[in-house]
Write a protein that binds this ligand. Structure first.
Ligand SMILES: Nc1ncnc2c1ncn2[C@@H]1O[C@H](COP(=O)(O)OP(=O)(O)O)[C@@H](O)[C@H]1O
Ligand SMILES: [Mg+2]
Length: 366
């Protein structure tokens, strides 16, 4: 077990800044997910934690010990990659046992540890199989078992499920969660998949262009995204985002967009010292939007159905409000045809308002 502190970590590859002055902490036993789009610096961060890459500047501490310049074998970590490589000429048992044999552990110890690890990942019965006889999910379990036998202080996982198909990914996701509970170890897990991040992380750090934009409990990120990037990155389908400006009409504050107006709370506008004509962006999640066929009071947006996708649990409806599209999730009884007109009713206490820099203004109300 281990707690980790990363301080002002910068890594440059020539002109490219892969991580830019990044600081964060991971508590003992945490499952921290580094979430961000491809190229944002996740793998580089993990490789620096592993000692496979050295930072241009900044420091890494395990417990209170600085490990920034230590080689991998001094760090007591295990890393699992997306494109794992098992030794093709060794069977499952031998693949898992390999590092223990290298460490010159005795036979009994190796047998016990390897079988324990294979039990944990649920493939004890496959101990004599060769890698070519395994499915993608089974290979990934072998890779996990191989890291478990080392009893590392820290598990580093770089998109370990990305190469698997959707069904196995879901199963493995839940198994990883149980594995973390069982081992009580510290995990740092990299993914670009926000659903994976939300379901696995005790905390999620959202990365963008080499910077950590926000760290928090998954639901904090969902409810209180610090900025527009996080708001649209977290949640599926993505938050609806509309450009517009502040208007005042008959003493009431409004958000005015090319297609519609929506009333804004005076508190939100005043607390943020927003002035008329100021450019802002409004965000509302598909699940926080109702649609009705009845006419509503006031200037609520109107939309014409483009598509209706019945997804089983709910229907995903995309409407055109004129120049823009608005996605709503509705219950399965609403199954409209393309072209059908609806009033769109966002839950106004769920809206997010972003300033021209993309910062979420809603936090003043929370
Ligand atoms: N060895 C390297 N040499 C040059 N550029 C690199 C190297 N490794 C990563 N990069 C660059 O650093 C940035 C971050 O890459 P990476 O950490 O792999 O991102 P991610 O894992 O989030 O997709 C990218 O622009 C990538 O091209
Ligand atoms: Mg990567």
């Amino acid at each position: 077990m281990s707690n980790i502190r990363v301080k002002n970590l910068t890594k440059k590859f020539g002109e490219v800044i892969a991580t830019d002055n990044v600081s964060f902490k991971v508590d003992d036993g945490d499952f921290l997910v580094l979430l961000g789009p491809s190229g944002c610096g996740k793998t580089t961060m993990l490789r620096m934690l592993a000692g496979l890459e050295f930072p241009t500047s900044g420091e890494i501490f395990f417990e209170e010990e600085e490990v920034t310049d230590q080689p991998p074998d001094k760090r007591d970590i295990a890393m699992v990659f997306q494109n794992l490589a098992l030794y093709p000429h060794m069977n499952v048992f031998q693949n898992v046992a390999f590092c223990l044999i290298n460490q010159k552990k005795n036979r009994e110890y190796i047998e016990k540890k390897v079988m324990e690890a294979l039990e944990i990942v649920g493939i004890a019965s496959l101990r004599n199989r060769m890698p070519y006889e395994l499915s993608g999910g089974q290979k990934q379990r072998v890779a996990l078992a191989r890291s478990i036998v080392r009893e590392p202080k820290l598990f580093l996982l770089d998109e370990p499920l990305a190469a698997l198909d959707a069904k196995i990914r879901t199963t493995m996701r839940s198994e990883l969660k149980q594995l973390h509970k069982k081992l009580k170890a510290t995990f740092i897990y990299v993914t670009h998949d926000q659903i994976e991040a939300m379901s696995l992380g005790t905390r999620v750090a959202v990365m963008n262009e080499g910077v950590i934009e926000q760290v928090g409990h998954p639901l904090d990120l969902y409810d209180r995204p610090a900025n527009r990037f996080i708001a649209s990155f977290i949640g599926s389908p993505s938050m609806n985002i509309f450009e517009g400006m502040i208007k005042k009409d008959n003493g009431e504050y409004l958000f005015q967009n090319v297609d519609f107006v929506l009333p804004l709370s005076e508190e939100l506008v005043k607390n943020n010292n927003l002035s008329e004509q100021e450019k802002v962006t409004l965000g509302i999640r598909p699940e926080d939007t109702d649609i009705t066929v009845e006419a509503q009071e006031g200037g609520v947006p109107k939309g014409s159905v483009l598509t209706c996708e019945p997804l089983g649990q709910y229907n995903q409806i995309t409407l055109s409000t004129g120049e823009q599209e608005w996605v709503c999730l509705t219950d399965t009884t609403i199954l409209p045809d393309p072209g059908q007109e609806f009033q769109i009713t966002p839950l106004m206490n769920k809206i997010h308002l972003f300033d021209s820099q993309g910062n979420n203004l809603r936090k003043v109300l929370d």
